[in-house]
Design a protein around this ligand. Sequence first.
Ligand code: GLN
Length: 567
Amino acid sequence: MGLKVTSIKIDPYINVDAGTMNPKEHGEVYVLDDGGEADLDLGNYERYLNITLSRSNNITLGKIYQRVIEKERRGDYLGKTVQVVPHVTGEIEKWIKDVAKAPVDDTGEEPDVCIIELGGTIGDIEGMAFVEALTELRRNCAREDFMQIHVSYIPVVHGEQKSKPTQMAIKAVRSAGLIPDLIACRCEWPLEKGTTDKIARFCQVPDGHVLAVRDMPSTYQVPMLLDEQNLNELMTSTLQLDRIPRSAELLEKGARIWQHWKRLAIDIEYAREEVEIVLVGKYLEQPDSYLSVIRSLEHASMWCGRKLKVKYVDAEALEPAMKTKDGAAHFSAWRDLVTAQGILVPGGFGTRGTEGMIAAARHARENKIPYLGICLGMQIAVVEFARDICQIPLPQATSYEFDGTDDDRLIIVMLEHHPGQLGGTMRLGLRPTYWQPDTEWSKLRALYGLKNESINERHRHRYEVNPKYIEQLHDAGLTFIGKDEKGERMEIIELKDHPWFVGVQFHPEYISRVLQPSKPYLGFIAASAGILDQVTNGEKGLNGGYKGLNGVSSIATGLVNGESAAF
Ligand code: GLN
């Protein structure tokens, strides 16, 4: 639509940020450029809107209370009784107004629209202050400056679509002072007209203001589903968007992105060939633990014109001890591993499962199966190589994280980032990595673009490769092709004589975008699909791979040359 859009995610819990939360409970912890550790929805907004958010775009009750209590201790309230209304709610409203104005895209300009997502469910005790604050915000805004979309779920019981839970929720939200302009109904199946009509009538919204948001084959098709139901027109009329001046350049860019997006989302449904990846992880009970990793694999697969198939393998099941404990699980984990086209070991914390990950890295290295190690996955690959090729014995050939009884470990703790407090103390956020001399052969570097001397990626780790062992590892063939600005911190490993064996200390998944896939993931998927050379040379498009509008591979050229392309 040619508009500049930002977003705020509100999480009503008392944690100050998501940094100390277990991914098994809450899904992945998302990391922002500024090092903010945020709810994974910030990732959805960054990816969908192609924007760069900051830690302030994720508001929690903990953050608000922290600010209010700091003010109270300073004496800012001048002897007043500090209360939820108006002090906490006022702080929320002020925070929203400030953050909504911060530029988030490459125009560097103030956004036109801010999407605020209030997490949780209406009626949650923790969410009350936020509901009240949004009510105040609505009251203080011109009518056309505030639009409320209520997201509800329509269960289907014995084939009957039930609208009652939505009616009750709307009643609750109205009595709290918020009046929905639009109701978005989530459902597994297409909603019957009778159901949406009934919701419109009982919830007092005009006809056509109830959107049916059914499950789609992929989330990339959801924007098209909403477009079919005139969401743009509804927003334009409610928010009077026509009054916002829009540059011809942004309008043209928006139209181009929309065309690219539609092509990509449809093309991938017709892709004939698959690429099968095994993810060797430890938080498999909660599928959202690896959300950005999966999204990045999807972006890369769409680029390569391959349908992505991910098999999750529990790292512990690969360990020898599992043979006697649960032979069937052990056998099936190994069967999946040995039949995979590519093996990925993602980030993680703690000792559990790490011997299984080491076994997976060894299998990939020895059998020339493409391997991508992210953060912990890179440390795992270094430990494996040290044990097998450099003959560095245990207990040295491990991480301090797994055995902290002595400092002499292959992977050590970064002291300056570990002052004994766990919240917000890792090496976090966007940091540069410099390509090292004589690494022009690197397959990964070719994708990032040879002419760049450094790259920027987001980090989240507490441990690093021990400089004491670097020379020995390097001489044995494990090249540290990327290091930090001082050359002290090992950022990227790559094996030369391997189709794709790459480990990165950073998390490239946090800046992967639908139309601009992350390079480590792109190389990994392309190598797994056997088309790495074509992708690197920009002649992608094999078997229906995405070629851009009119078959011109405009974005492809930009991408492989390391330039920021169409998006
Ligand atoms: N646990 C490892 C570290 O802190 C890896 C972290 C990660 O994978 N995000 O260094």
